[in-house]
Write a protein that binds this ligand. Structure first.
Ligand code: ACG
Length: 482
């Protein structure tokens, strides 16, 4: 199973308004088949005043700029016929200020006023969230509401059980629309304000209890629903959620992988495998919550920008990603090496620029909802430019995806760290009768290896024979039969 994180707004525009839409998605489903990914994680597509869609004004309506529910259903139906699956990003921790729920709450209407958390005279209104410098209480009229993600998104108060029932309806609505599962946004935040002590505090046990009830319900509607969770935190917190979700994003490994490649530091990578990937090391049992492996997402800087345009490093990072057990995820446009820097986690537009179909920057379906800042025309990041160029990022990723699909046993494999030195990390990846060895060169310089050339299955990068030895270029990955 290979996931592709898709921002619809930036994908394919069917009606010429510059914004990607459901009909555009339907028209371009063959792109996913060509690339080889099979499960599309759709960033929020519900009605929302925000470009990113994470503040929802109605949980039961599509964003009209993307089209009508029937257009979405049609795209999902056709995708299913082609063997694709779709996972919906569902942010239920908060709503938009302009939502009917919040507007009615402001008018003190039942039951809505109890669906939010309001300050009283004892509230510490200058409390800030623990990352960044943002306040968590926001003034509106003569009230203050709790909104961890900012003044545009009041948190729902899940102390109120009515909301649990309402959310089950939301899950059912989107399963009925044709989705195969969900990406659960901000999963550790459902209960993150301690109403008794009146301070911000994660209550992981309560979150787990909540999610278990929601997921029991989801599985009762669709028994093979795919559930991906976002718990962005250290490993010791992530571990608390083990077994609750099918797949959990591995933020700690992702950060360390990127950093170790940036700094050409094998120690950091191996240490992170041991700390954040231990469930796959010499494993004997099935892993309960599969590791969602990724390098970037919509909250982050684009990888090639992180690596200051170093394409070899970028390609190398993906070679590692697609050889590790767990479920690989790729953020749209990374397969073209789209650039994008992150100003702040509160302002993510610049890493979500339009997918570039044409080198000239325009043509049928090209989205234009935002001006190009990092990917102007003729910057060689278009699909058109890359699709027939065997050295392109697109063909590199496509070939990795193909390798992974031919070896889908890797998803549930076990790994052993065979050796490491300053430049090279060698791991064994095996499951049942399958066994391969991956050799990663973390340095920009070449390395000489004592390996049997007849055992080489794949090389992502360059190798050559040197008498009895094999020399690999910097940032090259070699895959051998055991
Ligand atoms: C999700 C979405 C994001 C979305 C929201 C809100 C949630 O992906 O696009 O925002 O619907 C936190 C939350 C995540 C959230 C991100 C943006 N992502 O936990 O759910 O913020 C620390 C914190 C994390 C925090 C992260 C952010 O612990 O909780 O994520 O910082 O940078 C080490 C530590 C780790 C630490 C990192 C980074 O790894 O182990 O704990 O994480 O370093 O320092 C959207 C928009 C927003 C808008 C909002 C309403 O994108 O702009 O405001 O909607």
């Amino acid at each position: 199973m290979i996931f592709y994180e898709l921002f619809l707004r930036s994908f394919y525009d069917s009606n010429g308004d510059g914004i990607g839409d459901f009909k555009g998605l339907e028209e371009k489903l063959d792109y996913f088949k060509e690339l080889g990914v099979d499960t599309i994680w759709l960033l929020p597509i519900m009605k929302s005043p925000a470009f990113h869609g994470y503040t929802i004004s109605s949980f039961y309506e599509t964003n009209p700029v993307y089209g009508e529910l029937k257009d979405l259903k049609s795209a999902l139906r056709k995708g299913h016929e082609m063997g694709l699956k779709f996972v919906l990003d569902l942010p239920i921790n908060h709503v938009a200020v302009n939502s009917e729920w919040f507007q009615k709450a402001l008018e003190d209407k039942e039951p809505y006023k109890n669906w939010f958390t309001w300050a009283n005279e004892k509230t510490n209104l200058s409390e800030k969230r623990h990352w960044g410098d943002d306040y968590i209480w926001h003034e509106i009229g003569d009230k203050y509401f709790y909104g961890l993600f900012g003044p545009g998104s009041p948190d729902l108060n899940f102390e109120n059980k009515e909301l649990w029932e309402e959310m089950k309806k939301v899950f059912k609505f989107w399963l009925d629309a044709g989705f195969d599962g969900f990406r659960l946004d901000a999963a550790k935040h459902i209960f993150d304000y301690d109403a008794k002590k009146m301070v911000f505090k994660y209550q992981h046990d309560k979150n787990i209890n909540f999610w278990k009830e929601m997921l029991d319900y989801v599985y009762s509607v669709k028994k093979d629903a795919i559930i991906v969770s976002e718990v962005w935190d250290d490993q010791k917190i992530v571990e608390k959620y083990e077994g609750v979700f099918d797949i959990g994003f591995n933020f700690p490994l992702s950060g360390d992988m990127k950093d170790s490649i940036k700094k050409e530091d094998t120690k950091k990578f191996v240490k992170s495998l041991k700390n954040n990937f231990s469930k796959y090391i010499d494993k004997e049992n099935d892993v309960e919550t599969k590791s969602g492996n990724f390098l970037t997402n919509h909250d982050m800087q684009r990888l090639i920008s992180e690596y200051e345009e170093n394409e070899d490093k970028t390609k190398f990072a993906y070679s590692i990603l697609f050889t590790l057990p767990g479920k690989p995820f790729i953020f749209y446009g990374e397969e073209l090496g789209l650039r994008g820097e992150l100003v702040s986690v509160n302002y993510t537009e610049d890493s979500q620029e339009p997918f570039q179909w044409y080198e000239i920057g325009f043509g049928p379906g090209q989205t234009e909802w935002k001006g190009y800042k990092f990917n102007p025309p003729y910057s060689k990041v278009s699909y058109e430019h890359q699709k027939n160029n065997s050295n392109s990022m697109f063909n590199h990723i496509k070939s990795l995806i193909n390798f992974r699909k031919e070896n889908n046993w890797i998803d549930d494999a076990s790994i052993s760290i065979i050796s490491q030195n300053e430049s090279i990390v060698k791991i064994k990846i095996n499951k049942d009768s399958h066994s391969i060895i991956a050799i990663y060169n973390f340095k920009s310089s070449k390395s000489l290896l004592n390996v049997n050339k007849n055992k080489i299955i794949k090389c992502y990068g360059i190798y050559r024979e040197k008498s009895d030895l094999i020399e690999i270029n910097g940032f090259t990955t070699l895959i051998l039969k055991e």
